[in-house]
Design a binder for this molecule. Sequence first.
Ligand SMILES: Cc1cc2nc3c(=O)[nH]c(=O)nc-3n(C[C@H](O)[C@H](O)[C@H](O)COP(=O)(O)OP(=O)(O)OC[C@H]3O[C@@H](n4cnc5c(N)ncnc54)[C@H](O)[C@@H]3O)c2cc1C
Length: 429
Amino acid sequence: MKKNLSWGNLPIEKDIEILDYDKKFFNKSEIKILTHGKGRSYGDVCLNTRLLSLANHKKFLKVDKENSLLTCSSNLTIKEVLNEIVPKGYFLPVVPGTQNITIGGAIANDIHGKNHHTSGSIGNFVKSIELHRSDIGMITCDENNNKSVFNSTIGGLGLTGTIISITIELKKINSIYMETVSKKFYSFKEFIELNNNFEKNYEYCVGWLDLVNLRKGSFRGVLLAGNHLNNETDKVNILKKSRQISFPLTLPFSLINKITIKILNSLYFAINKEKKSTKQTYRSFFFPLDIINNWNKAYGKNGFFQYQFVVPSKYAESFISKFIEILNENNQTPALTVLKKFGSIQSIGNLSFPREGVTLAIDFPNKGNSTLKFLQLLDKLVISHEGALYPAKDARMSKEIFEKSFPNKNIFKRDIDPLFSSFFWERVK
Ligand SMILES: Cc1cc2nc3c(=O)[nH]c(=O)nc-3n(C[C@H](O)[C@H](O)[C@H](O)COP(=O)(O)OP(=O)(O)OC[C@H]3O[C@@H](n4cnc5c(N)ncnc54)[C@H](O)[C@@H]3O)c2cc1C
């Protein structure tokens, strides 16, 4: 059995075999499989008893400067792609909170970034996908060819076949630096007002929340916003190799508990001075967590759940106060918490998660049954507010919750590759 195949490090009871992808693979296989990227999904959307890895497959990348298009193999990581394209004056249109994910994984979960209000999710920029299916072989899918499979592969949780390469529209940049601002807020209402203002001037916005040091039932947080610096003289030179520290080992117990989180949050809140305008590299703005390799090990051998949902903006305020009530009644520890607003740009994937509203992503140490029961209470609250859960972060949502979150499930089902499945899909299909 392999460990650390998904980010939450939750105990896996089944044996898992990892096989190398090759072009003839599907002729030989009858047992269900799933393509695996970097295992940066938190739960079981990236797991199956048989995983197919493209890590040893050929990598390639080509930039069409005339049309600002990138064609590259799906096994490249965001980091590898940025290292190549940033010095040429380009950036990916959407990046997540870590650069250690593959392009294939980014498409299969139709990832969102801090710029949903200006750009939507990554699928909105994908021009075409080369997909290897076990039933019909290699196909190209885009808006004109195999359109249904195209819309099901974007956000398709790896179930429509193996993505071999993609072509995607790039964004032009003039600098490796970002101009950033930060401001503190002390209630959800304040967050929304601040965020609405920042959204007018900044391409990227994200909120960090402290849900453990509550004052009169209300939380505090810091809103960060930024733009790529547009200084023509500020050449897009190569960033020096970033310093990284590694979390050495998985401990038998979790270092993340109410006391440590209270201290960490207070420190973060104190260190984060309100700043009118500062300059920082794109890496420190987009990927601050990547500085500590394997920080997920701090949660110990039982791992942790990330719970990410979206609820429509019209319900967000009443939702958040009920949410805090449930949190207070249960002895769970909300650790790293990220709050964002999704804009109105629609995703094109049949199972894409992003949609207009407010999204919250919270890490909870796995305390066994009590955590599972608590998360079920949250499920009920999310669904009763017409919300949805994010499969990339999930390890336990029920079939019912999945169906309520993804009304296009039956359209999607028509495009599944018959040889593909995942632990996640076996639970919710
Ligand atoms: C610190 C951190 C921050 C994050 N921040 C964000 C964020 O801001 N926004 C966001 O949307 N997500 C975020 N995520 C989640 C992450 O971006 C997604 O889970 C992403 O899909 C992981 O990619 P991966 O390469 O690790 O793929 P895996 O986790 O290994 O797989 C994810 C899915 O992609 C499929 N897949 C992988 N490669 C292929 C392929 N070649 N062909 C077909 N299917 C494939 C798998 O079958 C699986 O269904 C974050 C994760 C971490 C750990």
